[in-house]
Design a binder for this molecule. Structure first.
Ligand SMILES: NC(=O)c1ccc[n+]([C@@H]2O[C@H](COP(=O)([O-])OP(=O)(O)OC[C@H]3O[C@@H](n4cnc5c(N)ncnc54)[C@H](O)[C@@H]3O)[C@@H](O)[C@H]2O)c1
Length: 282
């Protein structure tokens, strides 16, 4: 483990105008990292960048739509032109929708997957080849969710499906980049006190009308603070952990039990056991 690989190096963080992304930016700036902060909320991300810049830490806020490959390419050009190199890529931008599998619209699915899955892939395909050509400490972190391990816990199977995809992409990438000495970490937060329930504030009209909102803008119950998620993430990056969970303490046991049920389901199907009743998400 390197003591502080952050000082003097540059991170690109997507979804940095708010919540976990903004907290990651704060945590990394405190450790001396220069920052390219990117978000579809241009005004918000410039505000976060301006607040974190110091004599020691250079910051830049850039408007980007991660679902658009051209927009991500422009972000990379700005990052490399202005900062010369990128040592840490945090693919964190993401959106959430609730709604049933059978009644969600195709627009709901396309929007969720365009940001959560294609957005992650666009950034990986744009930045990783350039990072590979460099030497020294380099790391990629993708933000998934505890939903990456569960089929559905709260009427959110579409969101879970996108986070399952991020899990698969991240573990695959970790294998691909091992020989290059580039670390890869999957960050799986549980409920965090951010604006995620109000994700549709960023939904483009091209994906059809907004889903009906049983959720809205209220506080998230039993939520961990985004700063705690960011601290756990940065510690995980330092250890080059493949997987980092950041959960509210009082939800940890329940999550563990749900993962165990998934494991038992597979174990029963693989072995000569009686079927386990599948109760997750019920
Ligand atoms: N808050 C939680 O409970 C929770 C739990 C698990 C995982 N996550 C994940 O954490 C990540 C960050 O979410 P958050 O909770 O901080 O929510 P948030 O809404 O506070 O922040 C998400 C940010 O992503 C940006 N964004 C949305 N669409 C974008 C796009 N197309 N291009 C670029 N930026 C875009 C938003 O403007 C916003 O600033 C997401 O990937 C989310 O799925 C959140």
């Amino acid at each position: 483990m390197i003591d502080n690989p952050f000082t003097g190096h540059t991170a690109v963080i997507t979804g940095a105008a708010s919540g976990i992304g903004a907290a990651l930016a704060t945590e990394l700036a405190a450790r001396g990292m220069s920052l390219v902060l990117a978000d579809i909320d241009q005004v918000g991300v410039r505000r976060v960048a301006a607040a974190l810049g110091t004599d020691r830490v250079r910051t830049l806020g850039v408007g980007v739509d991660v679902s658009d490959p051209d927009s991500v390419a422009a972000l990379a050009d700005i990052a490399y032109t202005e900062f010369g190199s990128v040592e840490l890529l945090c693919n964190n931008a993401g959106v959430l929708l609730f709604g049933s599998v059978s009644e969600s619209s195709l627009g709901d699915w396309r929007w969720l997957s365009s940001v959560n899955v294609e957005g992650t892939l666009n950034c990986l395909r744009t930045f990783v080849p350039r990072m590979r050509r460099a030497t020294g400490w380099r790391h990629v972190m993708n933000t998934a969710s505890t939903h990456a391990f569960l089929p559905d816990t709260a009427n959110s199977a579409l969101y879970s499906a996108t986070k399952h995809a991020v899990l698969a992409l991240t573990l695959g990438l970790r294998g691909e980049l091992a020989a290059d000495g580039i670390g890869v970490t999957l960050l799986c937060p549980g409920q965090a006190a951010t604006r995620i329930l109000d994700s549709q504030r960023n939904r483009p009209q091209t994906f059809g009308r907004r889903a009906g909102e049983p959720f809205g803008t209220g506080p998230i119950p039993m939520a961990i603070e985004p700063q705690a998620v960011a601290r756990a993430a940065v510690e995980g990056i330092l250890r080059d952990s493949p997987l980092v969970f950041a959960l509210p303490e009082d939800t940890r046991e329940n999550f563990r039990a749900q993962v165990a049920q998934m494991w038992h389901l597979a174990d029963n199907a693989l072995g000569d056991h009686a079927e386990t009743q599948f109760t997750i998400g019920g």
